[in-house]
Design a protein around this ligand. Structure first.
Ligand code: UFG
Length: 320
């Protein structure tokens, strides 16, 4: 297929673009490099530096689909600057959807998030559970999911939203290139813990030790980026005109912040000092996915379920 990958210079978008190219697809990456890196765009992809609001200049009838990653994705920033999130994540996506409609592009796979659920009532979380986002980031992603349902129903678009839980690790392509996480502003746990082992930080803050969990720290569902990327290829193949499907993507197993830090200590051989800090606003105690729906309907299952393997890949991929 001929495909547009928005945000294909970012961590997840570049890994998916690499897998698409390996599978024989023709890929154009559109990225404004606000958070991505030009050198993360896989060789073999065409690269256009620009905003998703310019998608109409790129898309034509020859395109078979869009994989849409370009977005603002920092929960804390979204609370400080909600307008930025509504404008980029919802406004930008609406412009992209109109550009797709104008050019007759039939399918889209969208990066949604566990943040659409907010504080869960049940564990593991099902796609049928209530969506009550607790921050503008999650709300803006949920609004796109809602728009996709409308575009599918009204205009015959084939759409899939993939709700990611905690993406981690790195993808090594067939040519040996490694697609890992390197955010300029890093908020995620595993890269922050590994930064201590690399000597770039003195210690890692543990945000809250008084949660109602076995060791008092938050529990999350870590999914390897290679597994996550593979789900996108299946989702793309499954897009059916007029249908919008939503799938959770996680491994189905939760690990606490303390457990993650212990595994990072084992993998790196570094003591990794910690400092107990206040809870981070808006962090649910436990976020674990049920990925049964995607397993049942698309035959996808996480293969990298060992946290040690995920951390080992993240550690090996860190720029030194
Ligand atoms: N944490 C720390 N110290 C750190 C960083 C994180 O203790 O330095 C804790 C957090 O408080 C949280 C856990 O580690 O309990 C995981 O935090 P991350 O920031 O790595 O991931 P989140 O679970 O907050 O975020 C993920 C996605 C978001 C999404 C969110 C939904 O990365 O895009 O889930 O809640 F919005």
């Amino acid at each position: 297929m001929r495909l547009l990958v928005t945000g294909g210079a970012g961590y997840i978008g570049s890994a998916v673009a690499a897998q698409l190219i390996e599978a024989g697809h023709e890929v154009t990456v559109l990225d404004d490099l606000s958070t991505g890196h030009a050198d993360a765009v896989p060789p073999g992809a065409s690269f256009v530096e620009g905003s998703i609001t310019q998608a109409a200049d790129i898309l034509d009838r020859g395109f078979d689909g869009v994989l849409h990653f370009a977005a603002r994705s920092l929960v804390g920033e979204s609370v400080e600057k909600p307008g930025l999130y509504w404008e980029n994540n919802l406004g930008g996506t609406l412009a992209l959807l109109e550009a797709m409609r104008g050019a007759g592009v039939p399918r889209i796979v969208f990066s949604s998030t566990a943040a659409t659920y907010g504080e869960p009532e049940n564990t593991p979380i099902l796609e049928t559970d209530p969506t009550r986002p607790t921050n503008p980031y999650g709300a803006s992603k949920l609004a796109v999911d809602t728009a996709l349902t409308a575009f599918a129903g009204l205009h015959g678009l084939g759409a899939v939203s993939l709700r990611y839980f905690n993406v981690a690790g790195a993808y090594t392509a067939a040519d040996g290139r490694v697609y890992g996480e390197r955010h300029t502003v890093e908020t995620h746990l595993i890269p922050n813990v590994l930064a201590v082992a690399l000597g770039r930080r003195e210690s890692v803050s543990v945000f809250g030790t008084d949660y109602p969990t076995p060791d008092g720290t938050c529990v999350r569902d870590y999914i390897h980026v290679a597994d996550l990327a593979r789900a996108h290829l299946l989702a793309l193949e499954s897009c059916a005109p007029g249908a919008h499907k939503i799938y959770n993507l996680g491994s189905g197993t939760g690990f606490s912040v303390q457990e993650v830090i212990s595994v990072c200590r084992e993998v790196t051989g570094h003591p990794i000092p910690t400092v107990v800090a206040e809870r981070r606003a808006g962090d649910p105690a436990v976020l674990v996915a049920s990925s049964e729906r995607i397993q049942r309907e698309l035959g996808w299952k996480a293969e990298h379920v060992d946290l040690r393997g995920i951390v080992t890949d993240a550690w090996a991929a860190l720029p030194r």
